[in-house]
Ligand binder design. Structure first.
Ligand code: SF4
Length: 252
C-alpha cells in the first residue's frame, strides 16, 4: 500500500529546481511504469506543452481530462486537434449523473454565481469527484501547474507526496514562466486553445472564465466575482487543507 514517500523529497526538489522539465520526465519514467503515471490536462497552454513533451520523448502515461460538461467549444476543438495531430489517447471523466441531478435539482444550473459555497459545490461534483475516479490506482499524478499561476500555487513543489490521493504529484513545469510556455508552443507548433488569442490567460469552464485585462493577474479571469483567496476549484488542494481553510463539508 502506498502510504508514504520512498524518496528524499527535499533533495529531489533541490536538484530539480535547476533541471529541465524533460529531465524530470525522464526521471519519472525511470522510477515508475508508464501505466502507473496519470497525466491530467484541461488542454490549457501548459497542459498542451507537457503533452507535446511526453509525445516527443515517447512516454505513454495514461492521459486524462475532466469533462465538466460546461467547457468552451474551443476546448473541445483543441482536444480534438491533440488527438489528430499528436496521436494521443485521452481518457475522459465526467460528473456522476446522480450527483449532477441532485446538484441541479437543489441549486439550478447557475448556482456558481450565487455564493462561493455553491460554486465549490459545483466544482466538487463536476471536477473533484471525477478526479478521484481518474487517479484511482495511479502512483504518480503528472500535473502541468506553474507557481506563477496564482497565490494558491506559489509554493507548489516539483515533486510532492499527495496525501489525498496517496500518490506522488509531479509538476515538471512548476518554475516555468508564462513566456517559457509560449516560446515552447510557438517553437514546436503545439496545438493551443484559440481562446488565448482573445485575451484569456487561463481556460476553465465557460460560465466561470473570461478574458483578462492588461495588468490583471493571471487567474483574475476565473470566478472574477469571488475574493482572490477562494479562486481554486479544489482539485489541486489537498483534503486536509480544504477542510481547514474553506470547510467544504457540505451536502450536494
Ligand atoms: Fe462549475 Fe464553474 Fe467549477 Fe466549472 S468552474 S465546475 S462550471 S463552478
Amino acid at each position: 500500500m502506498k502510504t508514504e514517500p520512498q524518496f528524499d523529497l527535499d533533495a529531489l526538489n533541490a536538484d530539480f529546481e535547476s533541471a529541465a522539465a524533460t529531465d524530470i520526465l525522464n526521471w519519472t519514467f525511470r522510477q515508475f511504469p508508464a501505466g502507473d503515471v496519470a497525466f491530467s490536462t484541461s488542454f490549457g497552454a501548459e497542459g498542451m506543452t507537457l503533452m507535446h513533451m511526453l509525445v516527443t520523448l515517447g512516454f505513454k502515461p495514461r492521459m486524462f481530462t475532466i469533462d465538466t460538461g460546461r467547457n468552451f467549444q474551443e476546448t473541445y476543438d483543441v482536444w480534438n486537434e491533440a488527438v489528430e495531430r499528436l496521436g494521443v489517447e485521452i481518457e475522459s471523466y465526467s460528473p456522476d449523473a446522480g450527483d449532477l441531478q441532485a446538484l441541479l435539482k437543489g441549486h439550478g444550473p447557475n448556482l456558481f454565481y450565487e455564493s462561493v459555497e455553491n460554486r465549490k459545490r459545483c466544482c466538487h461534483v463536476r471536477k473533484v469527484l471525477p478526479l478521484k475516479c481518474a487517479l484511482r490506482g495511479a502512483s504518480v499524478w503528472l500535473a502541468p501547474l506553474r507557481r506563477e499561476q496564482g497565490e494558491s500555487r506559489r509554493d507548489i513543489r516539483i515533486v510532492d507526496w499527495n496525501e489525498t490521493h496517496q500518490l506522488y504529484k509531479i509538476c515538471p513545469m512548476a518554475n516555468w514562466l508564462e513566456e517559457n510556455v509560449w516560446t515552447y508552443i510557438r517553437s514546436n507548433d503545439v496545438p493551443y486553445n484559440k481562446l488565448y488569442d482573445r485575451g484569456f490567460m487561463t481556460i476553465g469552464c465557460a460560465p466561470c472564465t473570461r478574458p483578462v485585462r492588461p495588468g490583471e493577474g493571471v487567474r483574475s479571469g476565473r470566478w472574477w466575482w469571488e475574493p482572490d483567496e477562494a479562486k481554486e476549484c479544489g482539485i489541486h488542494i489537498e483534503d486536509g487543507k480544504v477542510t481547514r481553510k474553506t470547510k467544504l463539508n457540505f451536502q450536494i
